[in-house]
Each structure stands twice: as C-alpha cells, then as structure tokens.
Design a protein around this ligand. Structure first.
Ligand SMILES: Cc1cc2nc3c(=O)[nH]c(=O)nc-3n(C[C@H](O)[C@H](O)[C@H](O)COP(=O)(O)O)c2cc1C
Length: 170
C-alpha cells in the first residue's frame, strides 16, 4: 500500500474484533513511531503498550467511558517526556513530536489491516494513575489497536478552497 492510499482510506475504528494483534505487526507500528521526526531529533516520547484487560478497562474509564477502547486487544498510550521544551515559534515541542509519531503509527497500522482511533478525550490524571506515569510526564493521546469490526466510514472533510489560501492569509 502506498502512503496516499493509507491517507485517503484510513478512518477511525470504534468497534474491534477480539482477535489478538501479532507481535511482529505491533513492532512494525512502534518502529514507525521510532523513525518519525522530532524537533532537534529530541525523540521526547514514550509509548506504553497495554494488553492487560483490567488496565484497558481503566483506560476506557479514564476516557469518560468510551468502552470500545477497552474492547480492542491493545491500547497504545503516547506520552511526552520533556514537556518543558518549547519551540522557537512558541509551541510546546512534545505535543507536536508525539502527535507526528502517533500519526505515523496510525497510518502504519492501517497498512497492516489494523484499526485505530486517536483518543484525546480522557482524564490525564486517571490515565496516569492507571499506568503509573510520573507526574512530570504528559499524556498526549491514546489509541485502541486491533482488527476492525465495522465497515469503513465515509470521510467528511472541508474542500481545499476553504482551508487553503495563497500568498497571504484570507
Ligand atoms: C486530537 C484528536 C482527538 C480525538 N479524540 C477522539 C476521542 O476522544 N474519541 C473518539 O471517538 N474519536 C476521537 N478522535 C477521532 C476524530 O473524531 C476523527 O479522527 C474525525 O472525526 C475524522 O474521522 P476519521 O478519523 O474517521 O477520518 C480524535 C481525533 C483527533 C485527531
């Protein structure tokens, strides 16, 4: 599969089969995160792979009861390890670095036939408690990972002419 196909066909998956995720596929997904770019090549991330059922349920609870998170055989939680680092443009480096890595991982998962759903609605405090994450580390996002148990959904996006302008902001 080429990158454009993955970009155009991937969709968020909110129903998963119980079928386990093979170790070699999981490793390839983690490798996609490892190889992604980061500001100053800081690689200020840690990805927590959760297979334990009880912990997955705790994460679903931390995500305000989005139960499909706990139903997937794997949940990956993406953390920023250097939250004080700022980019010269004023943006925090870790949210950008971790988000790029997570986007790479999500596309890699799609190529391997696996579904994901970026989860941003969660209580960071509860997620940290469930995973023993130290205070200074930030949780940027999480995703369930598993074989989809739903048909692909249709993409709904703004047309390019609403989101692109040329030469100056319009
Ligand atoms: C930063 C971010 C946070 C998101 N949080 C959630 C979430 O908590 N729960 C959820 O079901 N989907 C969540 N999504 C998925 C979006 O709803 C989804 O990507 C969007 O509707 C576009 O659909 P698609 O992924 O199928 O193309 C999130 C996506 C992003 C990028």
């Amino acid at each position: 599969m080429d990158v454009s196909t993955a970009i155009s066909q991937r969709c968020s998956v909110r129903a998963y089969k119980a079928t386990d995720v093979e170790e070699d596929k999981l490793r390839k997904i983690l490798e996609a995160g490892r190889l992604s770019p980061s500001a100053s090549n800081r690689q200020d991330w840690k990805f927590i792979v959760v297979r334990n059922k009880e912990t997955r349920k705790k994460l679903a609870k931390a995500a305000f009861g989005q139960s499909f998170i706990g139903e997937a055989p794997v949940v990956i939680v993406a953390c920023g390890t250097e939250p004080k680092a700022m980019l010269a443009c004023g943006q925090p480096a870790h949210t950008i670095d971790v988000s790029i890595a997570f986007a790479y991982m999500i596309l890699q998962a799609y190529e391997l036939g696996l579904g994901t759903c970026w989860i941003g609605a969660f209580s960071e405090e509860e997620a940290k408690k469930a995973l023993n994450i130290p205070q200074q580390i930030r949780v940027v996002g999480m995703t369930p990972l598993g074989y989809p148990d739903q048909p692909p959904t249709q993409k709904s996006r703004k047309p390019l002419n609403q989101i692109v302008c040329y030469e100056k902001y319009e």
